[in-house]
Design a protein around this ligand. Structure first.
Ligand code: MOS
Length: 694
């Protein structure tokens, strides 16, 4: 037992699994105390304009209603570090759904009834919410998200394209997508003795504490933010959200604990979304399929209050060798909710277009699409010329093709029938960057021989506690059961968010360092360990400040088999198989779950998920799970996730790359390519709903 649980990579069970399935794990909205008030937000009902009056008399007359906070009486905020947090401060309405009042009542029901009785008057102006490729407001910003330059050019991509004997020029359309974690965004806030405690549903409570400190003008030592259990986030909880600020404000104003949970239908307005993208891809190649020109141009939207630029052309800078390349992002500010992070932001959207275009090129050449990708493997990262720390794409493609049974494939489209079903298979590549941020951790040895680790990591369902125990145990040379792990509290050593597929690398590096220092300390220690234990603290400031000379990315390959109903246009995915190269896998059970989860989300992106911007109403029309369709169990077929264990010394002490996001990257392209193989029809707009196939 202890041998397997000592080893990194072992399929150790989630530590909090039992608490979750038995309902004893408590989430942010479940930390109410006696005397708690419940909040309900009043969202703006126009898409653009100003609030001219908020009439609260009828709401205050609703039994149980205690207070209504509006722009007139809400506490003034200092300097929110994100414009989406500057709520109830002025009369501006930047988009439909912007919070214009907060009703506080003795029960949730009273708060909701009170919110319906608030009368808001607006002065409206016309709104502009529709992204088009020729929108006059489109501009090229300095940077796309992640600090990447918005525009990169190598050689002369247009000239090389015009001169290429084989050319693909295709435009792909992705509509907005919503995160919709199972647990809605919620906060419970209370003030006691000048100290603010907030239970928040967040991907990182160190960042939430920082934002609250700035917004409320408080010393951070007077704030504790707790995110003990979090029911998913997918990026929407990666930055602090208005419910935390509103709950804190309301608790301060009323002197009572306040619980605020966002209704599902309200989330699309204030928790971010994956911005729509219109993507033009041009590929030029010789008759052997060797690329001479790669161009990827993005048009996307942001809101009026924040520049957020989905970096969808960035993967085209690293995927395939080509002497000429042009990648550009343009953005237009519209009267829409602020977009934000959604699982593999940039890569998920951009790789749909790039990997669909690669399939189009393979078809135009009469070349196998796996072979086309192998022929365009770069020696170094195309954009930077840096060597790859490791690059497992060809291994993933070959291993995936073998496991999937790809090489028996007849490339001819629309020739495999099973009754009225048409069958097809498709492939696409995946990639995600290796990211890491500074973190701190403590490691403590107790007199009884047990250990305790502290780091403000967050478990959003991934198994963070478990893998951190494994990392510590591997250094301390003890069974992982012998290590207690404290996470999810901003009083612990500060740590970055569970995001960017970087949580385990960032927190784990600090845990590894602290545990290593503890071993050294204990080696030099004589006599019994004192009752208070021996504790060391370490942080990775130095390590993370150094830029790696290597281009570091995880890679993968997806293979899909679909059946398309020739009578109804329905697409069923029959099989999905992914192979990933992401360094060392630290827990095979939780890693497999993450890969599969990403692939299911990619399946949703391909077939069912999509949000429509209504030009008249001025908002997304799909705002609940009855209209925004995430895959259900019946949609999810046989999914297999495999990996190639990489020995890459240029990563971190565990040798790991991120695994949380790469599963969604390329999945939709593999499914779209399989639909084309099944039917002969190339669709360039997601989701692949029956209306588009008939
Ligand atoms: Mo993820 S979109 O990096 O939280």
């Amino acid at each position: 037992m202890s041998d397997t649980t000592r080893a990194l990579g072992a399929p150790v069970l989630r530590r909090e699994g039992r608490d979750k399935v038995t309902g004893t794990a408590r989430y942010a909205a479940e930390h109410t105390t006696p005397g708690c008030l419940y909040g309900w937000v009043v969202p703006a009902s126009v898409a653009s304009g100003r609030v001219t009056a908020v009439r609260t008399a009828d709401a205050l007359a609703v039994p149980g209603v205690h207070t209504v906070l509006t722009q007139d009486n809400a506490p003034r905020l200092k300097e929110p570090d994100d414009p989406i947090l500057a709520v109830l401060q002025d009369d501006r309405v930047p988009h439909r759904g912007w919070p214009v009042a907060l009703v506080l009542a003795e029960s949730l029901e009273s708060a909701r009834a009170g919110a319906e009785a608030v009368h808001v008057e607006y002065a409206t102006t016309g709104h502009d919410v529709v992204l088009t490729a020729d929108h006059p407001g489109l501009y090229t910003p300095e940077e796309a998200n992640g600090g990447y330059p918005a525009l990169r050019e190598r050689g002369d991509a247009m000239r090389a394209f015009d001169a290429a004997p084989v050319r693909i020029d295709a435009t792909y359309t992705l509509h907005g997508l919503h995160n919709h974690p199972m647990e809605p965004h919620a906060s419970t806030a209370r003030w006691a003795d000048g100290h603010l405690t907030v239970h928040d549903s967040s991907q990182g409570s160190t960042a939430v504490r920082e934002s609250l400190a700035k917004a409320l003008g408080l010393d951070r030592d007077r704030i504790t933010v707790i995110s003990e259990h979090v029911g998913g986030g997918f990026g929407s909880k990666g930055t602090p959200r208005p419910q935390a600020v509103l709950a804190a404000m309301a608790a301060r104003h009323t002197g009572r604990p306040v619980q605020l949970s966002l209704p599902r239908r309200y989330m699309a307005a204030v928790v971010g979304h994956r911005a729509p993208t219109l993507q033009r891809v041009r590929l030029g190649a010789d008759r052997d399929g060797v690329l001479s020109s790669v161009s990827h141009e993005i048009a996307t939207h942001t809101s009026r209050i924040k520049e957020f630029v989905e970096q969808a052309a960035v993967p085209a800078r690293i995927m395939y060798a080509s002497p000429h390349s042009r990648t550009e992002h343009r953005v237009v500010a519209l009267d829409v909710p602020s977009p934000s992070w959604m699982r593999a932001p940039g890569e998920a959207s951009g790789m749909y277009a790039l990997e669909s275009a690669m399939d189009e090129l393979a078809n135009a050449l009469g070349l196998d699409p796996v072979e086309l990708r192998l022929r365009n493997e770069p020696q170094t990262e195309p954009d930077s010329g840096r060597p790859f720390s490791s690059r497992g794409l060809t291994a993933c493609l070959r291993e995936g093709a073998r496991r999937f049974g790809w090489y028996d494939r007849d490339p001819q489209p629309a020739t495999r029938e099973e009754g009225h079903w048409l069958l097809g298979t498709g492939v696409a590549s995946a990639t995600y960057p290796v990211l890491v941020s500074k973190a701190a951790a403590t490691a403590q040895a107790a007199p009884d021989g047990s250990y305790r680790i502290g780091v403000n990591a967050t478990d959003i369902g991934t198994g963070a506690r478990t893998v951190l125990a494994q990392i510590a145990a591997s250094v301390l040379d003890t069974p992982q059961e012998n290590v207690t792990v404290d996470i999810g509290n901003s009083d612990l050593p500060p740590a970055p968010v569970a995001g960017g597929s970087s949580g385990t690398a960032s927190w784990g590096s600090a845990v590894h360092k602290a545990a290593t220092a503890l071993v050294r300390r204990l080696d030099g220690h004589t006599g019994p360990i004192p009752p208070e234990g021996v504790t060391v603290t370490a942080d990775t400031g130095e390590e993370t400040a150094q830029e790696s000379p290597y281009a570091r990315h995880a890679f993968g390959a997806h293979f899909a088999e679909v059946a398309v109903d020739s009578l109804t246009g329905e697409v069923r995915v029959r099989r999905l198989l992914g192979v990933f190269a992401a360094g060392h896998i630290l827990n095979s059970r939780t890693a497999r779950s993450q890969f599969i989860g990403g692939m299911v989300m990619g399946l949703g992106m391909a077939l069912t998920e999509g949000s429509t911007m209504d030009p008249v109403f001025g908002d997304f029309t799909e705002s609940d799970l009855a209209s925004y369709h995430v895959p259900s169990c019946a949609d999810v077929p046989d999914i297999q996730a495999h990996w190639i264990d990489e020995d890459d010394p240029h990563l971190n002490p565990m040798g790991s790359k991120g695994i949380g996001e790469i599963g969604i990257v390329g999945t939709a392209a593999a499914i779209g390519n399989a639909v084309r193989h099944a039917t002969g029809a190339r669709l360039r707009e997601l989701p692949l709903t029956p209306d588009k196939l008939l």
